[in-house]
Write a protein that binds this ligand. Structure first.
Ligand code: DP6
Length: 362
C-alpha cells in the first residue's frame, strides 16, 4: 500500500490561510518494537497502551505561497522558541512526504509544538510529536481536498504517515491500545500502519495507571534509530522476533481475559529483553542507572508483600513505567510518595494512565 497521489495539487489562488491543531499522546509499549528494515517496516508486531496526560500539542498554520519557489518553507517552534535540531528532522520528514502530500510545496508553513511533559524528563517524545504532526497533515489534506471524510480512512492514513516519522508514533493514533505490525493472530494488522485494538481490553483495564518514575532526565546515550540498527547484526535477532510474536499472542489473551498477572509477566519480560538485547549487541549499551535497578527491586518487594498487581516496563532508557489497576491506586500513591520518590531524579514522577487517544482542537 502507498498513498502517493500526484493529484493533491492546489490552485493556490483559491486557498485561504488557516490552522489545524491536534493534541496527541505518547504511548508505552508492552510488546516492544526493536528492529526495522526498509522504509520503517518493523521486524515484529508491537502493542502499546496509549497514554493520557503525556501529549504533544501541535498547531500547523498554512498560507498559499506567493512566489514560485518550489522548496519547503517551514518555520518550526518548540515551546515558543525556534528549534533547529528537531526542526531539521521535521523539515526532512515533510520533504520526504512530497509524493504523498504534493501540496506541501505550495504552502508557507509554520508549526508550533509543545509537550505537556518536561522537555528534560527523558521521555521519548517522538511518538507524540510525529503522531500529532501526522494528524495535522491529514486534517490539512482533508481541509483542502475533502479526501479523508471517513474516520477509519483518516486514522489509517495518519498512522501510516506517523510511522514514517517514527515507528512507535503509528500506535499513538488510537485510543487505549494500538498494535502495529503484521501478526498472524490479529486480523487486519499491518506493517504499514497501526490498528485500534481497544476491543481486546477487558474491563479490568478500564482505568489503568502508568506512573513514569523519572530516574534520569538526561538524553539517552543511544537513539532508538541506532538501537534498531543494532538488531541488524545481533546474534539473537531471529529468536527475539519469534519471541515477540509469541508474547503478543499470549498478551492478547491476557488483555481479553483481564489477566493482570499474565500482562505483568509479559510486560516485564519484554522490558528486560529489550535491555538484554542492548547489553548483548555487538556494540553493547547499558541504559540502566543504579536507581533503575533499585526501583525495580522495590516494586518487586512491594508486590510480594502486598500481593498487589503492580508491574513494570521500560523503554530504551533508565526511566521506569509502573503499571497497575485503579483498585490499588491509594496504596500505590503512598508507596510512590514514601518509598520510590527518593530514588527519582529531583523527585519527578509523571502520573499517567491509559487514555482516549488524540484530540483535534478547534
Ligand atoms: C524502545 O519509534 O523511537 O520505545 O522508528 O526509529 O523513530 P524510530 O524508533 P522509535 O522506537 C521505539 C522503541 C521503543 C519500543 C516501542 O515503543 O515499541
Amino acid at each position: 500500500m502507498d498513498y502517493i497521489n500526484p493529484k493533491l495539487i492546489l490552485n493556490t489562488s483559491d486557498v485561504n490561510s488557516g490552522t489545524v491543531r491536534w493534541q496527541s499522546p505518547s504511548n508505552i509499549a508492552l510488546i516492544k518494537y526493536w528492529g526495522k528494515h526498509d522504509n520503517q517496516i518493523p521486524r515484529n508486531a508491537s502493542l502499546s497502551f496509549t497514554l493520557s496526560k503525556s501529549y504533544t500539542d501541535t498547531k500547523l498554520s498554512y498560507k498559499p505561497k506567493l512566489g514560485t519557489d518550489k522548496g519547503l518553507e517551514l518555520e518550526y517552534y518548540f515551546e515558543g522558541k525556534k528549534e533547529d535540531a528537531f526542526g531539521k528532522r521535521v523539515s526532512a520528514f515533510l520533504e520526504s512526504l512530497y509524493p504523498i502530500f504534493p501540496f506541501l510545496k505550495q504552502l508557507e508553513l509554520e508549526i508550533h509544538s509543545s509537550n505537556t511533559f518536561p522537555h528534560s524528563a527523558g521521555i521519548a517524545s517522538s511518538a507524540s510529536a510525529f503522531s500529532a504532526l501526522a494528524l495535522c497533515l491529514c486534517s490539512l489534506e482533508d481541509r483542502l481536498f475533502s479526501t479523508l471524510k471517513e474516520d477509519e480512512d483518516f486514522r489509517r492514513k495518519a498512522s501510516y504517515i506517523a510511522r514514517l516519522g517514527s515507528g512507535s508514533a503509528s500506535r499513538s493514533i488510537f485510543a487505549k491500545v494500538g498494535l502495529w505490525g503484521q501478526h498472524s493472530g490479529v486480523e487486519g494488522s499491518s506493517d504499514e500502519y497501526a490498528i485500534d485494538c481497544s476491543q481486546f481490553l477487558h474491563k479490568n483495564f478500564d482505568v489503568f495507571h502508568d506512573y513514569i518514575l523519572i530516574i534520569d532526565a538526561g538524553t539517552k546515550e543511544i537513539s532508538s534509530t541506532r538501537g534498531h540498527e543494532l538488531m541488524n547484526e545481533h546474534p539473537f535477532a531471529q529468536a527475539r522476533y519469534q519471541q515477540a510474536h509469541k508474547n503478543l499472542s499470549v498478551l492478547r489473551g491476557a488483555l481479553e481475559r483481564g489477566d493482570l498477572d499474565m500482562l505483568g509477566r509479559i510486560s516485564e519480560s519484554e522490558a528486560l529483553t529489550l535491555h538484554g538485547l542492548m547489553m548483548s549487541s555487538p556494540t553493547p549499551y547499558i541504559l540502566f542507572q543504579p536507581n533503575t535497578i533499585k526501583v525495580l527491586q522495590l516494586i518487586n518487594e512491594f508486590k510480594k508483600t502486598t500481593g498487589h498487581p503492580v508491574f513494570f516496563t521500560l523503554d530504551a532508557g533508565a526511566n521506569v513505567h509502573m503499571l497497575f489497576p485503579d483498585s490499588v491506586k491509594k496504596d500505590m500513591d503512598s508507596f510512590t510518595e514514601n518509598v520510590l520518590l527518593p530514588w527519582c531524579q529531583d523527585g519527578q514522577v509523571i502520573k499517567d494512565m491509559i487514555g482516549d487517544g488524540p484530540l483535534e482542537v478547534d
